[in-house]
Each structure stands twice: as structure tokens, then as C-alpha cells.
Design a protein around this ligand. Structure first.
Ligand SMILES: [Zn+2]
Length: 494
């Protein structure tokens, strides 16, 4: 049987506000001492009242607008009841049937195809506490098993972006997440840092026979903290559900976890239905009437988004779409690029050639060095100024391309200026033919067999000798010049 995969995503995003969602505790809990960002409100003590964080509402409306959503005039908060120790109050304040933003869309490209993924809603809720289980774990028979609660995260504004089940492959899901992630960073509403939990994804996935309208039974995969995990987990789930259906069994509606170590999804619990949570309107908060003038004010604050920036880089710098797409995936990358590309040091080199060189170095060697050290572009020890300087040295023939790679590595280690490194280490390119001539004679004297091969008609032997000359000159000779002199010397010997 041929199946079609159906995927919908729910993304939880912590908002970059000063204070928590309903109290005045600071929201930057990540590096704070355990249980230090706490007050009676987020601790859920009786007699306290929540107050809505206006900035969080603004950020959610802004995200909704950027995703092409409608912003209804009226919105409200609801209580979602469930008993679990990560909720101090026994309920979470969320939004049930009247979210802040509805009916948006996100256009993606995956596997060379364009697809529009409809965004069902964007709503606002509060994050929950962090639990740490001590001496627990499966199979453990310890009498001192217990859990610790860190309330710092409880009450941090959490925005949820819910898509319709419009994705058909794990690749499309990954593309949706990449694009959403980049939009959030451009908007500046969240750090969207997946590693520290500011950007978390749950995925609903089901299969149905090709041609069937009705959706199959879905499984929800929770707790994925990277786009790579989502991609791998979905791929695994497609195969698992296929096997279940092919064997004549039924897929069970349930929540599944993703094990990074074992590369499999595993059953966690049967999936709750919305009515299990006994949602009801939050009695401590009045419904919110959204002022249209305020919405327009927020709309005007939306900065340039990835799609516009991509077009801008192509128009202004003549970059190919492939380069522009990679560079604009992250705002920090695009900013770095524009800073460096605006610093063309030599007028002799055409602006477009320089702009493309900056892109090549950033997407090539610089990205490689950053990945090796697990650094973001914003943490690059090589500044945009230094990268531009290095490319200028290559353009002026002051260093060869291969030597420039060494210089970049050294600048990356030391944070120093490439021009200074070249000067101090004597990396200057030798374009003086008398110095190269000497190296050519040395190479020819030392390799009679290669010379004989060349004279005998084997032209590739010249390449070997060019390599030898580069070795003798420690890579500093200008390659075109070496080529010319080696060929000239060999021709004389024929
Ligand atoms: Zn608090």
C-alpha cells in the first residue's frame, strides 16, 4: 500500500520580555540561581492575582502579523487544568478558543517544491517549572527517589504557533521550522535558541492511503529540542507507522517521546483530548479588547523579514539565490555579510566580485571554523572588517588563496588582523619571477623522472613539478606564475 504522510507542528517559543507573563519576576531565568526568580504569583499562592504582560501580547501580535494572521478584536485567557508537579497552581493559564492571532500562512520550499503551510493560530501562555528527577528512572528500585522543582521558568511568556496538518514530508517540516525560526529572530521577539529550550517543537504525524481524504490516526511526538531531532524523529515515525499499517494493525493515538541515543520514538502515554483539561475562562483576567490603532502601530514596527532581505542581497550585491538564501537564514549571518561586503578595500576589484568572495569565504572556510568550535557567527573571532581585509589581500595578489586560508585560521585563533599576520609571518605571495625561477630549477634538478616523462609526452608530469615548486616556496609563489615558468623551462628541455 502507498501512503501519504500528514504532519502538523506546534512550536513553543519563549518570548524575550523583561518580566514574566503574569508577574514582575525577571524572565531571564537561564543563568539565575535555582528558585531565585519567584514571587507569590508565579508560585501560585492563594489570594494573588495575575497581571497580563503587555509586551508579550505585543510580540505575539507582531508574530501573528508577520505570518499573515488576522488579529481578532477580542481575545481571552483560559485555565488549562492538569495535575503535574511542574505546575505550582495546578493549572496553566493559556488560550483555548479565542487566540490572539488566527488564519496565517508560511510559504516554504522543500525538495525543490513550493508549498503553503497554513498557520491555524498563534496564542500566548505561560511556561512551567523545571523538574529534576533524582534517583528515579526506569527499573530503579530506590526508596529515596524524589523530584526537585525549579520554579524559575514557571510563568515565562510562552508563545505557541500551531500549523494546520499541511506538511507531507519530514523535509517540509524541517523547512517550515527553519523559516519560522528565522522569522522569530528577525522580529527579535525571542532568542529562539533551541539548545536552551527557547524554541521547542511537538509534531503530529499520521499516514493515510494515497487518495484518501480522511486523516489517519495520529501520534504526537514531544520533546524535540533541535530541528535535526524533529527531522529524524519524523522519518522514524513514518517507517514505524507504515509497518503497523502494513501488518494490518491500527496506529494508536498516543504521545511519543524521541530518544536521541537510540534514534527511535517510544510510547509515553495515551493522548489527552482537549476536554481532559477542563478548560474554562480564566476568572482572574478580563477578556482583552485589542485596539486596532495599536495593531497598526505594531505592524509598522515589523522589521525587514528574511524574504525581503533575501531579495535585497540579490539585488544589491548580485548574489546568486543559493548564497542569499543561506546567508539570510539567520539575521546575524546576514548582518555580518552586509558589514563585510560594504568594506571593499580595493577599487580595482569589481564590487560584485568582492561581494561574491565575501559570501564564498563566509559560507566556506569561516563557517567550517565556526562549526568546529561550535560558535555562532555573532561570536566569530574574525570580525567583518578582518574578513574584508583578508579578501582584499587576495585580490591585490599580496597572498595566494591557499595561503589566505592559513591566515584566516590564524586570525581565527588570535583575533588578529590578517594584514599584520601576513607581514609578521612573511606570508607574502612571491610574484617576483627571479625568486620563483630558482625554485623551478631546484624542482627540475631534483625530479629527473618527471622531466623525462614530460619530454616523453606525458603532459601531466608538469602538474607534479608545479606542486613541487609550491612546496619549495611554502605555498607563497603565485600559482599562475609557477605554471608559466615550469612549462617554459620544460619546453626548453624538449
Ligand atoms: Zn513571579
Amino acid at each position: 500500500m502507498e501512503y501519504e504522510t500528514v504532519i502538523g507542528l506546534e512550536v513553543h517559543v519563549q518570548l524575550k520580555t523583561q518580566s514574566k507573563m503574569f508577574c514582575s519576576c525577571r524572565a531571564d531565568y537561564q543563568d539565575a540561581p535555582v528558585n531565585s526568580r519567584v514571587c507569590p504569583v508565579c508560585l501560585g499562592l492563594p489570594g494573588t492575582l495575575p497581571v497580563i504582560n503587555k509586551k508579550a501580547v505585543e510580540y505575539t501580535i507582531m508574530t501573528g502579523l508577520a505570518l499573515g494572521c488576522e488579529i481578532p478584536d477580542l481575545t481571552k485567557f483560559d485555565r488549562k487544568n492538569y495535575p503535574y508537579p511542574d505546575l505550582m497552581k495546578g493549572y496553566q493559564i493559556s488560550q483555548y478558543d479565542m487566540p490572539l492571532a488566527i488564519n496565517g500562512r508560511l510559504d516554504i520550499t522543500a525538495d525543490g517544491q513550493d508549498r503553503c503551510v497554513r498557520v491555524e493560530r498563534v496564542h500566548l501562555e505561560e511556561d512551567v517549572s523545571k523538574l529534576q528527577h533524582v534517583n528515579g528512572g526506569s527499573g530503579a528500585k530506590k526508596t529515596d527517589a524524589h523530584s526537585l522543582v525549579d520554579v524559575n521558568r514557571s510563568g515565562v511568556p510562552l508563545m505557541e504557533v500551531v500549523s494546520h496538518p499541511d506538511m507531507r514530508t519530514p523535509e517540509e517540516a524541517r523547512s517550515y521550522l527553519t523559516k519560522l525560526h528565522s522569522i522569530l529572530q528577525y522580529l527579535g521577539v525571542s532568542t529562539a535558541n533551541a539548545q536552551d529550550g527557547s524554541f521547542r517543537c511537538d509534531a503530529n504525524i499520521s499516514l493515510r492511503p494515497v487518495g484518501q481524504e480522511e486523516y489517519g490516526t495520529k501520534a504526537e511526538i514531544k520533546n524535540m529540542n533541535s530541528m535535526r531531532s524533529v527531522f529524524l524523529a519524523l522519518n522514524h515515525e513514518v517507517e514505524r507507522q507504515k509497518k503497523v499499517l502494513d501488518s494490518g494493525d491500527r496506529v494508536v493515538q498516543e504521545t511519543r517521546g524521541w530518544s536521541e541515543e537510540r534514534n527511535v520514538t517510544y510510547s509515553q502515554r495515551s493522548k489527552e483530548e482537549a476536554h481532559d483539561y477542563r478548560y474554562f475562562p480564566e476568572p482572574d483576567l478580563p477578556p482583552l479588547v485589542i485596539d486596532r490603532a495599536w495593531v497598526e502601530e505594531i505592524r509598522n514596527k515589523i522589521p525587514e523579514l528574511p524574504a525581503d532581505r533575501l531579495k535585497g542581497l540579490m539585488d544589491e550585491y548580485g548574489l546568486p539565490e543559493y548564497d542569499a538564501r543561506l546567508l539570510t537564514n539567520s539575521k546575524a549571518m546576514a548582518d555580518f555579510y552586509e558589514q563585510a561586503a560594504g568594506l571593499r578595500p580595493t577599487a580595482e576589484v569589481a564590487g560584485e566580485k568582492f561581494a561574491k568572495n565575501v559570501s564564498n569565504w563566509m559560507l566556506g572556510d569561516l563557517s567550517r571554523l565556526l562549526n568546529l568550535r561550535d560558535l555562532e557567527i555573532g561570536e566569530s573571532p574574525v570580525s567583518p572588517e578582518h574578513l574584508a581585509e583578508l579578501i582584499g589581500l587576495v585580490d591585490r595578489d599580496a597572498v595566494s588563496v591557499s595561503m589566505a586560508k592559513t591566515v584566516l585560521e590564524e586570525a581565527f585563533e588570535s583575533g588578529g588582523s590578517p594584514a599584520q599576520i601576513v607581514q609578521e609571518k612573511g606570508y607574502t605571495q612571491i610574484s617576483d619571477s627571479s625568486a620563483v625561477d630558482l625554485a623551478v630549477s631546484q624542482a627540475i634538478d631534483a625530479n629527473p623522472q618527471a622531466v623525462a616523462d614530460y619530454v616523453g609526452g606525458k603532459e601531466t608530469a608538469a602538474k607534479f613539478l608545479v606542486g613541487q615548486v609550491m612546496k619549495i616556496t611554502k605555498g607563497q609563489a603565485k600559482p599562475e606564475l609557477v605554471n608559466e615558468l615550469v612549462t617554459g623551462a620544460l619546453e626548453k628541455l624538449k
